[in-house]
Design a protein. Structure first.
Length: 573
């Protein structure tokens, strides 16, 4: 008797023939050929994600095996047998849920009735979620599954084939179902919405497809929800809001999104699942765009988010959220774990990862290189106002230093004769002459200095390269710096910088270092301590005369002091 009440969309539009299966062409082809050639196996294992048509395909197979007038491997869908299968009243099809009929007693009942006859040509047993059978039940089923009666066909369905015992899998023909491509689902949803009279705009279609996640049943359920809410379907997890908060390093925005989503009834574990799935799409957009199953305009949005995040940060986000998912197992409050993970991701100083530490080290190196050394002034004699070498003026630390009337500049010590003279910076004349078209390429190189040169350097070399301002002059790249100290630092790494510039330019070119003409004058460099005290160092001769002379005692005097009654006797040879 046909149903007279309302039917859910996924039941109302359930495929009735192999040709109506969407996204499972390989399954339909294999089963149709088996039916047409009369080579139907005695046991099949259907595996795949939920809502991809495993049970529906098993029912179609049961219909065609008992159909009174099959056509080209398809059921006629008009005979009494086909109608009985559709309405669940067929004596030839026994459908069991292994999640609730999983004991050995349930399997023994199947075994005892399998040999009995039936009205149709075949008796078809459909066992859903077969991976939930207990060990003894699976062992009891094994013998009958291996050598069933000639008119019996077993169809086992599961979402987790790895949990099915290998002894059962080896005795079945394993057919794997796939999630449906977005293009197939979009076409199917448009057709169902049109046939069912459901208004559907592009925004609603996108929300339905996103919620369906490649499952035909879940997608039609989402479409039914859209119809029930009058065309309004809100995303439970606002993944775009989370991603924008991560891009902008906005902790408040991220925590507000958590509060909103939890208030809507989403648990923290599911929020992380949705975020990781979205970040995976962003990652694949950069690595393999053809693997991303979304609409075209949505793919463009994902590409924009992935560019703003960068591949390295996307991987870091996925790793941190994945670890948070593991930490939730024993956590008393899973929401706190999620919030801490998000705050850690938007506050760089809280990140203890290797990449974050390396970035901090590079920042410190860059600051050290760019900051010129601060030279302390030479100590001044308060009585004369003259600078004194070596800081020999001693005074009470609590006493204020009198301000000299006019301090003379500190004398500069003569350089040591053994000190080598600094090597002159390489000049543009000694470098090989550039190609005639090198000017344009060098101008482009200078304009893209960060992308073409800095990106190839690491550590101190990168820090040094960040303190220069490159310009092009007479076919050479001139690295302008602010002071002589910076020029010395750049010259220390000039070979590496030159190699990076030539590699980016694709041709030989001169690379020189110059101090900007308008750079402020530097403080006098710190003097080296001279081997001989210069004349202007103050020495008080009268005080020197009062210094005690050497009072060293001879060995004999020390012995006499120790032994007053002793006297020296000369030893005869």
């Amino acid at each position: 008797m046909p149903d007279t009440g309302y039917q859910a969309l996924y039941r109302r539009y359930r495929p009735q023939r192999f040709s109506e299966l969407r996204g499972q062409d390989h399954i339909a082809l294999a089963l149709r050929n088996a039916v047409k050639s009369d080579r139907v196996g005695h046991a099949y294992l259907f595996s795949g994600p939920r809502g991809t048509g495993k049970t529906t395909t098993a029912r179609i197979l049961a219909k065609v095996l008992n159909c009174e007038a099959p056509v080209d491997g398809e059921p006629c869908c008009t005979c009494g047998s086909c109608d009985a299968v559709v309405h669940g009243s067929s004596f030839d099809v026994i459908e069991l849920d292994a999640a609730s009929n999983r004991s050995i007693e349930d399997i023994r009942e199947i075994i005892s009735t399998a040999a009995l006859g039936s009205p149709g040509r075949h008796k078809v047993y459909i066992l859903d979620e077969v991976h939930q059978l207990t060990g003894p039940a699976a062992a009891a089923l094994l013998k009958t599954l291996e050598e069933p009666p000639s008119h019996v066909v077993f169809v086992l369905a599961t979402t987790d084939p790895e949990k099915v015992p290998e002894t059962i899998r080896s005795r079945t023909q394993h057919l794997q179902f796939h999630l449906l491509p977005v293009a197939d689902l979009e076409e199917h949803v448009r057709w169902v919405a049109s046939d069912a009279g459901i208004p559907l705009d592009e925004r609603g279609l996108e929300a339905v497809l996103r919620r369906g996640g490649g499952s035909a049943r879940d997608t039609l359920s989402a479409l039914e929800l859209l119809a029930a809410t009058g065309g309004q379907i809100d995303e439970i997890t606002p993944v775009d809001e989370f991603v924008e908060a991560l891009i902008e390093y906005d902790a408040g925005r991220a925590l507000a999104a958590v509060a909103h989503t939890v208030h809507r009834g989403r648990d923290p574990r599911t929020i992380i699942d949705d975020l990781v799935r979205h970040l995976r799409d962003c990652f694949l957009t950069q690595m393999a765009p053809e693997l991303v199953q979304v609409q075209e305009h949505r793919a463009a949005e994902l590409a924009g988010q992935s560019r703003r995040l960068g591949t390295a940060r996307i991987v870091k986000l996925m790793e941190t959220l994945g670890q948070a998912l593991l930490d939730m197992r024993g956590a008393p409050d899973q929401r706190v774990v999620l919030e801490v993970a998000l705050v850690r991701l938007v506050h760089r100083q809280l990140d203890t990862g290797l990449d974050a530490l390396l970035a901090r080290v590079e920042q410190l190196e860059r600051e050290i290189v760019e900051r010129p050394p601060t030279l302390a002034p030479a100590p001044v004699n308060p009585s004369t106002g003259r600078a004194v070498l070596g800081g020999r003026v001693s005074r009470d630390a609590s006493a204020p230093t009198p301000r000299p009337a006019a301090a003379s500049p500190a004398p500069v010590a003569a350089p040591s004769e053994s000190a080598p003279e600094p090597a002159p910076a390489p000049s543009a004349a000694s470098a090989p002459s550039p190609a005639p078209s090198a000017g344009a390429s060098l101008d482009s190189l200078v304009a893209r200095w960060t992308d073409d040169v800095l990106s190839t350097l690491v550590g101190m070399r990168r820090a040094v390269a960040q303190m220069v301002k490159p310009i092009v002059r007479d076919g050479a790249v001139v690295l302008m710096v602010d002071n002589e100290h910076a020029a010395k630092r750049v010259n220390d790494y000039l070979d590496d910088l030159s190699a990076a510039v030539r590699a980016a330019a694709g041709s030989a070119c001169a690379v020189v270092v110059e101090v900007r003409p308008d750079a402020p004058a530097e403080a006098a460099p710190k003097r080296k301590k001279a081997a001989v005290v210069p004349d202007d160092d103050e020495i008080d001769i009268e005080e020197a005369k009062k210094l005690p002379t050497s009072t060293a005692k001879s060995t004999e005097e020390e012995l006499l002091e120790a032994f007053p009654a002793a006297k020296f006797v000369k030893k005869e040879q």
